[in-house]
Write a protein that binds this ligand. Structure first.
Ligand code: ZN
Length: 134
C-alpha cells in the first residue's frame, strides 16, 4: 500500500476508550476538522491522536486526556461509519459507494503528482488509500 503523505509521526498511543494503538495527528489536522477551532487552544507540549477504530466513539484524543467525538467535529468521519454516502477520500470527494478501481487509480495518480491534501483534509491526517474498500 502506497502512502502519499510522508510523515514522521509514527508515534502511537492507546486510545483511552478502545485501548487500541492510534497514530499521532498534527494540530493542523484538528483545526481543519474541529467545530469552532478558534475556541480551542492547542498546546504545543501535548500530542494529539486519531482513533480510526470503527466501534469506538472517540475520534481525537490527547495525551492529556482530552477527547473529541463526532458531535464536536464539522467533518463526518467516514472510517467510523463507512456508509455509502460517507467520504473515503476527502481530497477528491470519493464516497464509499463510488470507491471503485477507477476512483482508486485516480487518487493514486493524484497523490503521485502531489495534488492531494490528506494532511489536513483527511481526519486521520494520512493518505486515504489505506481506507479504500478492497
Ligand atoms: Zn478508540
Amino acid at each position: 500500500m502506497s502512502e502519499c503523505c510522508a510523515t514522521s509521526r509514527s508515534h502511537k498511543l492507546d486510545c483511552p476508550y478502545c485501548q487500541q494503538p492510534c497514530s499521532a495527528v498534527g494540530v493542523e489536522t484538528l483545526c481543519y476538522h474541529l467545530k469552532q477551532p478558534w475556541q480551542w487552544q492547542a498546546n504545543e507540549h501535548v500530542s494529539y491522536y486519531f482513533c480510526d477504530h470503527k466501534d469506538c466513539a472517540v475520534i481525537y484524543f490527547s495525551d492529556k486526556g482530552e477527547t473529541w467525538q463526532q458531535a464536536e467535529l464539522r467533518t463526518h468521519v467516514g472510517v467510523k461509519q463507512p456508509e455509502p454516502d460517507a467520504l473515503v477520500c476527502y481530497c477528491f470527494g470519493v464516497h464509499y459507494a463510488e470507491a471503485n478501481v477507477a476512483a482508486r487509480d485516480y487518487v493514486i495518480a493524484q497523490t503521485k503528482s502531489g495534488s492531494c491534501a490528506c494532511t489536513t483534509h483527511n481526519p486521520s491526517g494520512r493518505c486515504c488509500l489505506k481506507d479504500f474498500p478492497r
